[in-house]
Design a protein around this ligand. Structure first.
Ligand code: HAM
Length: 427
């Protein structure tokens, strides 16, 4: 095969069974999120460019090199969303959600970053995430982290670690960055070009530098957590205490500053040893100033987002495998033209009972149709030929055990329903 078209570099197609794993993950996430009172939020995939530059920060990698930005036909600058938080804040304000009492939202959708593709890093990827507005207390940080952790547990993921830090507020961060600059005075020539700019424009970002020589130089710098003001230190102690109360283990990571500028106080990531260089399954933190910065009333907020492809990669490596796509499905092998109408009726009756079935009315004999049902790993084959139709029975074959039974046509749906827990279970 030499297809004429290929998907753009850095993009994925979800084909079965991966497409099914994606949907199942979405369902599972929706279920876990609802336990915490998060409600679904859908925002556009493109927004005005300013929304992202002003929130994520001009000096971040995302804004300075990774955005898909284009002018529309009227010359307005638009950007494919690289993340979901900025859009959630915009929608929260623009749609007056602060006055509705709804303050907890979740999303699941594609994001776009022009990065060099590698394992766990693509240019279009899915994120799932939550944003909780209007609660400044350290319990809501702990709940958000717990929610992410419980989702990982529900997926059966193993070997994960919660990494936790506090990046303080504008006041304590100001004092810290002044101290950083002081410590590195005269060493500007020794750091990478990007860090030289960072030192001038946004010194905290140097802690996020990936250049090995720079990392070495920064190793002995003072820790931000040691410079927190009294209120931020108390908040951080509160988050830690609450995580302990909820039974979510974490490690402190004093250099964790995250790749986006809007964070205040809590910053965290969940990482996996099963991933390569891109080991963050997801991350998040508190962003108490963003709503106000977007023109709203002062409103604290905290959230996280996880990379769906990375969650699925870890699931593939560490969790029990998902059932085959047609594990619960009955395959109706209709043999000959006479049985077509009855087979179609049976399919309707099975589906009415919320069981799933595939109807094979095509040409071919029993051998061919049984082979197709086995290849798709269906739960059952229902064999309906002239003899069955005349006798009022249908042959039901359990494709896992190979056992076959004649069941009265009238009682078929009940027979399958009673065995819902067995291969024919779909919900
Ligand atoms: P982020 O750390 O930029 O945070 O992204 C969250 C997760 O998205 C990453 O940990 C990673 O799993 C996944 N991800 C990011 N870039 C890629 C990529 N190129 N390919 C595959 N996966 C990727 C945020 O986006 C914040 N909005 C999180 C947040 C929500 N903070 C508060 N609320």
């Amino acid at each position: 095969m030499n297809p004429k078209f290929q998907a753009p570099r850095g993009t994925l197609d979800y084909t079965p069974p991966g497409s099914l794993a994606l949907r199942r993950l979405q369902e599972l996430a929706a279920e876990v999120f609802s336990r915490y009172g998060f409600l679904p939020l859908e925002t556009p995939i493109f927004e005005s460019t300013d929304l992202f530059t002003r929130s994520i920060g001009e000096e971040t990698d995302i804004v300075s090199k990774e955005m898909y930005t284009f002018p529309d036909k009227k010359g307005r600058s638009l950007t494919l969303r690289p993340e979901g938080t900025a859009s959630a804040v915009r929608a929260y304000l623009e749609r007056g959600l602060e006055d509705t009492g709804f303050s907890r939202f979740w999303y699941f959708g594609p994001m776009f970053r022009y990065e060099r593709p590698q394992a766990g890093r693509t240019r279009q990827f899915f994120q799932l995430g939550v944003e909780a507005f209007a609660d400044a207390g350290p319990a809501s940080d702990a709940e958000v982290i717990e929610c992410f952790w419980r989702l990982c547990e529900a997926l059966g993921l193993e070997g994960l670690q919660v990494k936790l830090n506090s990046v303080g507020c504008a006041a304590c961060r100001g004092a810290y960055t002044a101290a950083l600059k002081e410590r590195l005075r005269g060493r500007e020539g020794d750091v990478c070009e990007q860090c030289r700019t960072r030192l001038e424009k946004n010194p905290l970002r140097i802690l996020d530098c990936k250049v090995a020589a720079d990392q070495e130089l920064y190793r002995d710098l003072p820790k931000l957590v040691d410079s927190l003001c009294e209120a931020c230190a108390a908040h951080f102690a509160g988050v830690r205490g609450n995580l302990e109360l909820l039974g979510v283990a974490y490690v402190l990571e004093p250099r964790l500053v995250r790749g986006l500028d809007y964070y205040t106080r809590t910053a965290f990531e969940i990482t996996s040893g099963a991933l390569g260089a891109q080991d963050a399954v997801g991350g998040g933190g508190r962003y108490d100033l963003l709503v106000e910065q977007f023109g709203g009333r002062p409103t604290p907020a905290v959230g996280f987002a996880a990379g769906v492809e990375r969650l699925l990669m870890v699931a593939e490596k560490t969790a029990a495998s998902l059932p085959a796509p047609y594990a619960g499905t009955a395959y109706i092998a209709a043999l000959g033209e006479r049985v077509g109408r009855r087979a179609l009726e049976l399919a309707r009756d099975i589906r009415t009972e919320k069981l799933s079935c595939l109807l094979d009315l095509g040409p071919g004999g029993l051998g061919k149709k049984l082979k197709a049902a086995s290849r798709l790993a269906c739960g059952w084959a229902l064999i309906l030929g002239d003899a069955e139709l005349d006798s009022g029975n249908i042959a039901v074959k359990d494709l896992a055990s190979g056992e076959q039974k004649l069941v009265p046509l009238e009682g078929l749906v009940t027979y399958l329903k009673e065995r819902r827990g067995h291969p024919c279970r779909t919900s």
